[in-house]
Design a protein around this ligand. Structure first.
Ligand code: SAM
Length: 304
C-alpha cells in the first residue's frame, strides 16, 4: 500500500509526463479528493497509507486528468469568490478573472441602493446575468447582497441559451440557498418578456472561433457555446451591445467581461450605438484590460 507522499510523487510524475503545467497541484487536488482530505492534511500526513478504495479512485482521477480533463470536472467542484460551485460538462468552469465583474457589480448595486433615499414603493433594482453558465456571477452576487441585507431590494434574472447550463445553475442556487431570489430563464440573450434592467452583467463567449482549436486540451471538455465568440470573438457581445439602448433603463449600466485585446473593438461598437454612451475598460488584478463598463454618458457621476 503506497503512502500519501509516494502517491503524490507518482501522480505528479505521471501528470507532468502527460503535459500538465500544474502537475503537483493537480495531483494534490485529486489525491485530496480521493482520500477526503485537504491539501494541508496531505502534506502533514505524507507517511500515512492510502487505503485501497482511495487508491482506486485516485487512479481513475489520474487517468481522466492524463486524458486532458480539467481537475474541476473530475472533482465536480470549483471555488469561485470563496464559494464552492458544482461544475460538470454542462457549463464552463468559472474563472478567477470573472471575480472582478462580480465585485464591481456588488459595488454598483450598493451604490444604487444607498446613493439616494428609497421611499416605500421604490421599485427593486433589476439585474440580469446573461450567459449564466454554472450561475457563478448571479449566485455569488446574490450571496454578497444577502450579507449586506440588500437581496430583497433587487430582482435577479439569470439567462442562458443552454438548458443544461441553466439546470446546473439552478442546482448551485439551491446549494447556496438563493434559488428563491433569482429567476432562471432559457433564452437567447435578454428575454423579450422582461422589462428593462438597471444592471446587465455578462461573461459571454469571447474567444475567436479560429483560436478554439489552439486552446489547451482542457477547454475541449467545456461546451463550445460557452467559448466560441465567432470569427473575431465578439459576435455574441456585439449582439448584446446592440440590444442595450432598448433593454437598459435610463440610468442603467452594463458590465461585460471581454478578452484582454478586445477593449478598442468593444469601445468602437459602443460608440456606434444610437444615443450617447461611455465605455470604460477596467484592468484586472494582473493588469489585463478585461471588464467593459458601458453607461449612458450623461447620467453617472464619474466617481461613485
Ligand atoms: C463564458 S461562459 C460564462 C459562464 C458564467 N457566466 C461564468 O462566468 O462562469 C458563457 C455562457 O454564455 C452562454 N451563452 C452563449 N451564447 C448565449 C446567448 N446567445 N444567449 C444566452 N446565453 C448564451 C453559454 O451557454 C455559456 O453558459
Amino acid at each position: 500500500m503506497a503512502t500519501i507522499g509516494e502517491a503524490l510523487s507518482a501522480g505528479t510524475s505521471r501528470l507532468r509526463a502527460a503535459g500538465s503545467e500544474s502537475a503537483r497541484l493537480d495531483a494534490e487536488l485529486l489525491l485530496g479528493w480521493s482520500v477526503g482530505a485537504d491539501r494541508t492534511a496531505l502534506v502533514a500526513h505524507s507517511e500515512a497509507p492510502v487505503d485501497d478504495a482511495s487508491a482506486a479512485s485516485y487512479e481513475t482521477a489520474l487517468q481522466r486528468r492524463e486524458a486532458g480533463e480539467p481537475v474541476a470536472y473530475i472533482r465536480g467542484i470549483k471555488e469561485f469568490y470563496g464559494l464552492a460551485f458544482a461544475v460538470d460538462r454542462r457549463a464552463l468552469i468559472p474563472r478567477p478573472e470573472t471575480e472582478l465583474l462580480v465585485g464591481e457589480a456588488e459595488r454598483d448595486v450598493a451604490w444604487r441602493l444607498t446613493s439616494a433615499p428609497r421611499p416605500a414603493g421604490t421599485p427593486n433594482v433589476r439585474i440580469v446575468d446573461v450567459g449564466t453558465g454554472s450561475g457563478a456571477i448571479a449566485i455569488t452576487l446574490a450571496t454578497l447582497l444577502r450579507k449586506r441585507r440588500m437581496l430583497a431590494e433587487v430582482t435577479l434574472v439569470a439567462v442562458d441559451c443552454s438548458a443544461d447550463a441553466l439546470a446546473l445553475a439552478r442546482e448551485n442556487a439551491v446549494a447556496h440557498a438563493v434559488a428563491d431570489s433569482a429567476t432562471f430563464v432559457h433564452a437567447d440573450l435578454l428575454p423579450d418578456s422582461e422589462p428593462p434592467f438597471d444592471l446587465i452583467l455578462a461573461n459571454l463567449p469571447y474567444i475567436p472561433g479560429p483560436q478554439i482549436a489552439e486552446l489547451p486540451i482542457a477547454a475541449s471538455f467545456e461546451p463550445a457555446v460557452a467559448l466560441d465568440g465567432g470569427p473575431d470573438g465578439l459576435a455574441v457581445i456585439r449582439r448584446l451591445l446592440a440590444a442595450l439602448p432598448g433593454r437598459l433603463t435610463d440610468e442603467g449600466s452594463a458590465l461585460l467581461e471581454i478578452g484582454y485585446d478586445q477593449g478598442p473593438a468593444v469601445q468602437e461598437a459602443v460608440a456606434a450605438l444610437p444615443g450617447a454612451w461611455t465605455c470604460r475598460i477596467q484592468a484586472d488584478l494582473s493588469g489585463q484590460p478585461r471588464l467593459a463598463h458601458v453607461d449612458r454618458s450623461t447620467l453617472r457621476p464619474a466617481a461613485r
